[in-house]
Write a protein that binds this ligand. Structure first.
Ligand code: GDP
Ligand code: MN
Length: 388
């Protein structure tokens, strides 16, 4: 689960990571109040709060030196659709801004903590040249990226920090500050079940380290341990179809192709998508219905997938172990019937009660194309799409 920069900074502040003073605002009146109350000198930064990086280059981070400039900057941002490197061409609507004390930056450093799945360990990633072009640097000069893993049986130790500080060529003051920041990041990562804490830039301002930007993602699967963090979710930022699916206990992911995909199980979903790519197609989305599935759930799965952007046809790939495939077939036929669905639907169903499922599909009012296996399903779909 992603959260906003201002929420990430509030969390980091609680763990003792230095962040500039700042306040979120939903409208111009709030911006005015914040300026009067907290920033009488007017020197602030107005930052668009959307779930995306690359805001600086897209005009989403504006420096202001007076209250008037601050209000003008906020006016520009509220209601604007920001298109960044990370949002895709449709961009993201700005509904909230963060008003933050302006810092004088002497140097920008990149710092993050994540789980490196190659080694299965918490890993700090740092780079002496942080800021807005870190992705390019990772490609052009990968030797400049510093990585330090944490041994889980030892936990965070000072040597890790000293190594990173040395390679960043920090002075003694900043090196000691970095040690604190890293240990607090590690503590927060564990306590809050994070999957990423990214500070870019970690800046030197007036000789001291300060987190000027923050990206934190929380492990959705661990959210049951952090009911209070669930409130940090901004529903405006989530894919509405994904939310609808999750209300039914299903996982939905939007992609950029044109073939809708319904599977039971994430593994089957992945391999189905690989197969689609293998034959030169592109999935538009994919729905993992999960283990137990009723007629209603199958209906809903079909309905959501059919509403996905650019869906020109739907592949259903089901292997019934615990799942009753006859119920799935019933749900799909019902959905196609009621939605009057006329685009091609290719179904591969095997396993538990598959004969009944096939009967149901064959007798449907709107014809379904049956497939022997996953490759067959994909080939049939691609052929159909070519014809249309
Ligand atoms: P991002 O582009 O979405 O990653 O947003 P950031 O919060 O990282 O801001 C982009 C850039 O704006 C930073 O890399 C800084 O160079 C600059 N910036 C952000 N806050 C301040 C500030 O307080 N003072 C100055 N001078 N620059 C800032
Ligand atoms: Mn940044």
């Amino acid at each position: 689960m992603n959260i906003h920069e201002y929420q990430a900074k509030q969390m980091m502040d609680r763990y003792g990571i230095p962040v500039p003073e700042g306040y979120p605002a939903d409208n111009i009146e709030e911006v005015e109040q914040i300026m009067d109350l907290h920033f009488p000198d007017g020197k602030i930064v107005v930052k668009a709060q959307i779930h995306s990086g690359g805001r600086g280059k897209a005009g989403g981070v504006i420096l202001a030196n007076t209250k008037e400039e601050a209000i003008e900057a906020a006016r520009k941002l509220f209601g604007k659709t920001l298109v960044t490197k990370q949002t895709g061409p449709q961009g993201k609507l700005v509904r909230k801004v963060y008003i933050e004390k302006q810092s004088q930056i002497e140097r920008e450093i990149y710092l993050s903590l994540l789980i490196d799945t190659n080694v299965g360990r918490h890993t700090f990633v740092a780079c002496g040249e942080g800021g807005t072009s870190i992705e390019e640097l990772a490609e052009t000069a990968p030797e400049k990226i510093i990585k330090e893993t944490i041994d889980p049986s030892v936990g965070f130790c000072k040597d890790t920090a000293t190594n990173i500080a040395e390679r960043l060529e920090l002075n003694d003051t900043n090196s000691a500050e970095l040690t604190d920041i890293l240990s607090h990041m590690y503590e927060m990562f564990i306590q809050e079940d994070c999957t990423l804490i990214e500070i870019n830039p970690l800046a030197i301002c007036n000789g001291h380290l300060m987190a000027l930007d923050a990206k934190v993602t929380l492990d959705s699967d661990a959210m049951f341990r952090h009911k209070e963090n669930l409130e940090l979710q901004d529903l405006n930022e989530e894919d509405p179809l994904e939310l609808e699916a999750s209300a039914f206990g299903m996982n939905y992911v939007s992609l950029s192709g044109n073939i809708g995909c319904i599977c039971n199980g994430a593994g089957l979903g992945m391999s189905s998508m690989d197969t689609i790519y293998h034959y030169g197609g592109k999935p538009a989305n994919f729905m993992d219905t999960g283990g137990t599935i009723t007629v209603d759930k199958a209906y809903k799965a079909f309905e959501i997938v059919s509403r996905g952007e650019n869906v020109k046809g739907i592949i259903v790939n089901i292997f019934g172990g615990i799942a009753r495939t006859d119920l799935i077939a019933e749900g799909i036929v019902k959905a196609m019937d009621e939605l009057n669905y006329e685009k091609p639907v290719v179904v591969r169903i095997e396993g538990n009660r598959a004969e009944t499922a096939h009967e149901t599909l064959k007798n449907a009012r709107i014809p379904v194309i049956l497939a022997e296996n996953c490759s067959d399903a994909v080939k049939k779909m691609l052929k159909k799409l070519e014809e249309d």
